[in-house]
Design a protein around this ligand. Structure first.
Ligand code: KIV
Ligand code: ZN
Length: 488
């Protein structure tokens, strides 16, 4: 399709009860020093943004470089649910190039921009206001002739003269823009003042109801999110933002802060902008204004610390679905106290891992007792392992190619076997540097495969426990399949 082919799509309808999230991480965010992304990275981020439900993904500035063009084109082809926008200045070349990159998108949007502040028009564009006004009409008309979804931005909008701003906004809408974006390009505005600017547009631009009013705030004074939220309070229904507030100079409004503020303080925005209040969120806990689930995490409840008693511990285990006998509870409680000495916050997941790791393995023939390792660059890496095998304490001190290899070799010298290590995987049970490591070890012997798991704040201990767990399973399997006379 040529750059001038006209395609019909329906323009976005304006839902006054909804704030459109426009993410510009791949365009404005990328302008931050050191943040340039390659094609693969841009695609990955775009697909994640789509998965998160972002309404509009600005994928780049197609005329800027071949790489940018390519990225916008690929993102446009792959993204199916979000709109994909490409930036263009108010020139034919920019607009046609943007359309060329966007034409295969399911929901393409041309985003065209020109500065409207006296300073920018004079020093940067070197254009008279009348010429800028004409360029607005020409650029939006051209874009609208190619694409049904056109956004127009007045760069440095927050420092533009009100009369001129109202005139250009009105003309942009007449020329076919369905989104009018008001940027605070240099991050200069204050929340009340910026909200006032948005209110002024709603009061003075006669056709303003035909477009979604959007805001795009920079963070030079640390007010990007505050200004965006103030604008939403005044009626703006699209917010432009970036992941982690990434962007030039001090960055853009942070997407996660905007989204969570809108979600958590839905009541406040509903009140200010006259939205029905019946959907108001119910209050969360006394100290928890957001739930882990609302940001896509599992609920991690802080349950207990080292001062917790045995009774509370037993109750907690019951709540988690573990019904253990007294001896098993005592064992688990001992390990819990040990863990609480080393790990500040004990979460439900830690307790599940702990119980699973220790108590449910009461019948294991081989039990972990202790591990001491010499690791580091000087070597030789050595592991000193103490195990209880069929009730008897055994000990070995062995070297290896790294501390984990040394630990596994030590186990092998205490419990000789021919099993081969097929998988060794390390993960974390919860977040933080003091999180418990959760290790999986897969062993294979004569066609029999077993998985073992171990958890501990110390990755080496977790690995040793996982290996021992797998070994115990293997011994059980061997015993079940061997003729009675051969069972050890
Ligand atoms: O900050 C700005 O003004 C911009 C426009 C292109 C929207 O990034
Ligand atoms: Zn910007």
């Amino acid at each position: 399709m040529s750059a001038t082919t006209h395609r019909k799509q329906s323009a976005p309808s304006i839902d006054k009860n909804r704030v459109i999230v426009f993410d510009t991480t791949l365009r404005d965010g990328e302008q931050s020093p050191g943040a340039s992304m390659n094609l693969e990275e841009k695609i990955k981020i775009a697909l994640l943004l789509e998965e998160m439900g972002i309404d509009v993904i600005e994928a780049g500035f197609p005329i800027a470089s071949n790489g940018d063009f390519e990225a916008v084109r690929e993102v446009a082809k792959l993204v199916k649910h979000s709109s994909v926008a490409g930036l263009a200045r108010a020139t034919r070349g920019d607009i046609d190039r943007a359309w060329e990159a966007l034409q295969h998108a399911k929901r393409p949007r041309i985003h065209t921009v020109i500065a409207t502040s006296p300073l920018h028009m004079k020093s940067k564009l070197q254009m008279e206001p009348e010429a800028v006004h004409q360029a607005v009409i020409d650029s939006v008309s051209r874009a609208r002739n190619l694409c049904d979804d056109v956004e127009w931005s007045c760069e440095d909008g927050s420092r533009s003269e009100h009369d001129f701003l109202c005139r250009t906004v009105e003309s942009a809408i007449k020329a076919g823009a369905s989104t009018i974006n008001i940027p605070d390009t240099v991050g200069y505005a204050m929340p009340e003042e910026f909200a006032g600017l948005i209110r002024m547009l709603f009061n003075r631009v006669p056709n303003i109801d035909k477009a979604v009013v959007s805001v795009h705030c920079h963070n030079d004074l640390g007010l990007a999110v505050a200004n965006s939220l103030a604008a939403v309070g005044a009626g703006a229904r699209q917010v432009e933002c970036t992941v982690n507030g990434l962007g030039e100079r001090a960055g853009n409004a942070s997407m996660e802060e905007i989204v969570m503020a809108l979600k958590t303080r839905h009541d406040a925005f509903a009140h200010e902008s006259g939205i029905h209040q019946d959907g108001m969120l119910k209050h969360a806990g006394t100290y928890e204004i957001m739930t882990p689930e609302s940001v896509g995490l599992n609920r991690s409840k802080l349950v207990m610390g080292k001062h917790s008693g045995r009774h509370a511990f037993k109750m907690k285990l019951r709540e988690l679905g573990f019904e253990l006998g007294d001896n098993a509870v005592n064992d688990a409680f001992r390990r819990f106290k040990d863990l609480a000495d080393r790990k500040k916050d004990i979460f439900d997941e830690d307790l599940v891992a702990l119980v699973d790791d220790e108590v449910l393995r009461g019948h294991d023939r081989v039990k972990f007792v202790s591990l001491q390792v010499i690791a580091g660059s000087k070597g030789p890496q050595t592991a000193e392992v103490e195990l209880e095998v069929d009730g008897e304490l055994k000990h070995a001190k062995v070297t290896g190619n790294g501390p984990i290899d040394a630990s596994f070799n030590a186990i092998k010298s205490i419990v000789p076997h021919t099993a081969k290590l097929q998988l060794f995987q390390v993960g974390a049970v919860t977040a933080g540097t003091d999180a418990q490591a959760e290790v999986t070890v897969r062993l294979e012997e004569n066609g029999k495969t077993v998985n073992g798991q171990g958890s501990d704040p110390d990755t080496l201990v977790a690995s040793t426990r996982a290996y021992i767990h797998a070994l115990n399973k293997l011994m059980t399997k061997r015993a079940k399949t061997a003729p009675a006379a051969m069972r050890a």
